[in-house]
Design a protein around this ligand. Structure first.
Ligand SMILES: *Cc1c(COP(=O)(O)O)cnc(C)c1O
Length: 396
């Protein structure tokens, strides 16, 4: 739908601003917002032909909407994917990307350090339908080789992981997945399309919670699934069409505008997070800082290999456990206590008692989540103000 034939040669920054743009007859500058559930036909025959596929046109916004399509095309152009399908939330994307491709008797292998709801879909939901699952320590290449020595339909990973910032070697796991006969699905939320390109590293499908950096301004929920034309049309397409996790055109419009500044924002996020991580690492109250941009990160070399920047999220362990973590959170004046991430505003949360509350203590500990662990999503404020705020709160 791009304006002219030059779109394929545009560099990424141009695609972020103009990819997918489909102007109407009014020649508006900004993308048009089509708040419509349906479409009308000039004749009964036209309706028939729209349903039997003779005519390629929009028939219902659960299937396709012009504003949503612009968002899908722009994100696909940024990601370098053949196709993209948008969803109402990140979880709708993860759910559809996994469940559309598995059946009873299949096997899913996933990394253990996952976003809580992703863990629930694989561990609690998929198993109800007779799908086997195995969780592995994502940072251990041998564990992947063992788990993928059996036929496997689908592998699901998150890298960097939430909230412990563990990395998974995407090319290594992609190769093992393909040998086991499956597809590799990567939840690329923490890295964003700017810092890591899982498809180029061998993955088959990428999923996003667009709620995070893609909106990045705390306004709406959204999600996206990217892959080959064949996957999006034949495997995922019918699943989305009939289960209906469609993205609202209004939210698609917000997300389209989010993509225009994503690159700029992620650059600032990374610079701020690096400064804050180094500041925290030097503080005596902090036992350790987990951030892929620090030399102390156990997988710093892998981070440099597969990511072009370390991202906006870091975690750190307070020496005094839960009491010290709570006292830090309660003393902050600028940084907000919130479980969201990837926002323009810096947000801090205590995973043990919030995002990962439902997990048994042993599982949290196995994932590296201790009672003193704090997750910080570093925003776009002045980094010095963030460090001042953390400094005053730690000093109490
Ligand atoms: C937030 C998040 C999700 C879920 O996205 P929603 O938009 O909240 O449904 C999935 N994976 C990761 C890594 C996330 O951070």
């Amino acid at each position: 739908m791009s304006e002219d034939g030059t779109a394929n040669t545009w560099r990424p920054r141009t695609r972020m601003v103009r990819g997918g743009l489909a102007r109407t007859g009014f020649r508006e500058t900004s993308e048009a917002l089509f708040m419509t559930s349906g479409y009308v036909y000039d004749s009964a025959l036209e309706a028939e032909q729209s349903f039997d596929g003779t005519l390629d046109r929009m028939v219902y916004s659960r299937f396709k909407n012009p504003t949503v399509a612009m968002f899908e095309e722009r994100l696909a152009a940024i990601e370098g994917a053949e196709a993209c399908r948008a969803t109402a939330s990140g979880m709708a994307a993860v759910h559809a990307a996994l469940m559309c491709q598995v059946k009873a008797g299949d096997r899913i292998v996933a990394s253990r350090a996952l976003f809580g709801s992703c863990h629930w879909i694989i561990n609690d939901l998929a198993t109800k339908f007779g799908i086997e699952r195995e969780f592995v320590d994502g940072k251990d290449p041998e564990a992947w080789a063992r788990a993928l020595s059996k036929p496997t339909a689908c592998v699901f990973i998150e890298t960097p992981s939430n909230p412990t910032l563990e990395l998974i070697d995407i090319p290594h796991v992609a190769e093992l997945t393909h040998r086991a006969g499956g597809r590799l699905v990567v939840d690329n939320v923490f890295a964003t399309p700017i810092l890591q390109s899982p498809l180029a590293l061998g993955a088959d499908v990428v999923v996003y919670s667009a709620t995070k950096h893609i909106d990045g301004q705390g306004r709406c929920l959204g999600g996206a699934i990217l892959g080959t034309q064949q996957f999006c049309l034949d495997v995922l397409g019918p699943y989305l069409r009939h289960t209906g996790p469609a993205l609202s055109p209004f939210n698609a419009w917000l997300l389209l505008k989010g993509l225009e500044t994503l690159d700029l924002r992620v650059e600032r996020h990374c610079a701020n997070a690096q400064a804050v991580a180094q500041f925290l690492e030097a503080r005596p109250e902090v036992a350790r800082v987990l951030y892929p941009g620090l030399d102390s990160h156990p997988q710093a070399a892998l981070a440099r290999r597969q990511m072009s920047g370390a991202g906006s999220i870091l975690a750190f362990e307070m020496k005094g456990g839960k009491a010290a973590a709570y006292s830090l959170l309660d003393r902050l004046r600028l940084i907000d206590i919130s479980n969201n991430l990837g926002d323009a505003k810096s947000l801090i949360t205590h995973p043990w008692t919030t995002t990962h509350q439902r997990l048994p203590a042993e599982e949290k500990l196995a994932m590296g989540i201790g009672e003193g662990l704090v997750r910080l999503s570093v925003g776009l404020e002045d980094a010095q103000d963030l460090m001042d705020d953390l400094g005053q709160a730690l000093a109490e």
